[in-house]
Design a protein around this ligand. Structure first.
Ligand code: NAI
Ligand code: 13P
Length: 335
């Protein structure tokens, strides 16, 4: 049994997932970038900046020192944003205990390299892909931290490693399933953030359920097109890391991506929406660019992702982007 687990990153999901592990009976140490956050988790058992009103278990502790955090870890959970994962992990590489299972929480595709998070982790840490477990699924951090029931997917090409983390994390409210389709789970997790931006934008423009359902469904079609082109199992997109996460993120006001899109839809600028996010990451804002590049590289059509890139990074008006989506060439639903 994996007992001693380190979580690197003390934001919303890092903290909620650390709580999941502690509630499952594991000994968990978190690393926080800021000393005051580590101190609050350690001494007061709260992380009020990210999860206000949530009491954290006593068996969960925290430090600001990555060496202390990683000492003796049997599994290491990487809970930092996708665009900073490479730099963060490069700083921790020498401290990783040999043989520890690496677990990735990040949902994104790296700008420039167009790599999935497990590919970045393998490259920087030097461990093989089958020692990396990817966590995905409909897991809005605050709901999980409140102990609301949810499923999740633990994906690893080595089934036994996924089972080890499944055993280490299941508890009375968190039900993880294993999967060996890492590509599908990572593409689903990254692409749904971009579709959630589009749904938020529609809501911000005052549009209703028909529009958001259309974006969710056509968003699923485009993420599945990209995933299968990259070798994913199409069935993954019908699962928790596909439609499950997509529906949760596109429907919930708790989603940072949907909220970000809603602000843009109401007419706020990118800078205003970023300021309102208070330093928390809305991964779709960067991933719309990297996923668009990845899709172009592989000849895959992703019109909603294209539209989100134009709005976020080329100054396009959300209404104009919506009109352009509707005015595209007429086609068969599955062509
Ligand atoms: N919040 C959620 O509900 C969920 C988030 N995720 C994914 O988990 C990953 C982490 O997300 P959260 O913990 O929610 O993010 P967050 O924005 O709440 O926290 C990020 C954490 O990383 C740390 N960090 C270290 N280096 C950083 C840097 N250079 N720039 C920014 N932050 C840095 C921050 O201090 C903070 O502790 C993201 O990829 C996100 O998409 C996945 C499932 C659920
Ligand atoms: O990934 C998530 C839920 O599964 C969280 O989404 P946000 O980053 O949009 O809050």
């Amino acid at each position: 049994m994996v007992q001693r687990i380190t979580v690197l990153g003390a934001g919303s999901w890092g903290t909620a997932f650390a709580k999941v592990l502690a509630d499952a009976g594991r000994d968990v140490t978190m690393w926080a970038r800021r000393e005051e956050v580590a101190g609050e988790i350690r001494d007061r058992h709260t992380n009020s900046g990210y999860l206000p009103g949530i009491d954290l278990p006593d068996r969960l502790t925290a430090t600001h020192d990555p060496g202390d955090a990683l000492s003796g870890a049997e599994a290491v959970v990487l809970a930092v944003p996708s665009q900073s994962l490479r730099a963060n992990l490069s700083g921790w590489r020498e401290l990783l205990p040999s043989g520890a299972v690496l677990v990735s929480l990040a949902k994104g595709v790296e700008l420039g390299t167009l790599k999935r998070m497990s590919e970045v982790i393998a490259e920087i840490s030097g461990v093989s892909g089958n020692e990396i477990v990817v966590v995905s699924g409909p897991n809005l951090a605050r709901e999980i931290a409140q102990g609301q029931p949810a499923g999740a997917v633990l994906a690893c090409t080595d089934h036994d490693r996924a089972v080890a983390i499944q055993q280490a994390s299941f508890n009375s409210y968190f039900r993880p399933y294993t999967n060996t389709d890492v590509v599908g789970c990572e593409v689903g997790g990254a692409a749904k953030n971009v579709i959630a931006l589009s749904c938020g934008m529609a809501v911000g423009m005052g549009l209703g359920a028909n529009t958001t359902a259309t974006l969710i469904t056509r968003g699923l079609a485009e993420m599945a097109r990209l995933g299968t082109k990259l070798g994913a199992d199409p069935l993954t997109f019908a699962g928790l890391a596909g439609v499950g996460d997509l529906v949760a993120t596109c429907s919930s006001p708790l989603s940072r991506n949907r909220t970000f899109g809603e602000r843009l839809g109401r007419g706020e600028t990118l800078e205003q929406a970023q300021a309102a996010a208070g330093g928390q990451v809305a991964e779709g804002v960067m991933s719309c660019t990297s996923i668009r590049e990845l899709a172009r590289k592989h000849g895959v059509d992703m019109p909603i992702t294209d539209a989100m890139h134009r709005v976020c990074h080329e100054g396009a008006d959300p209404r104009q982007a919506g009109a352009e989506l509707l005015g595209r060439r007429q086609k068969h639903e599955w062509s």
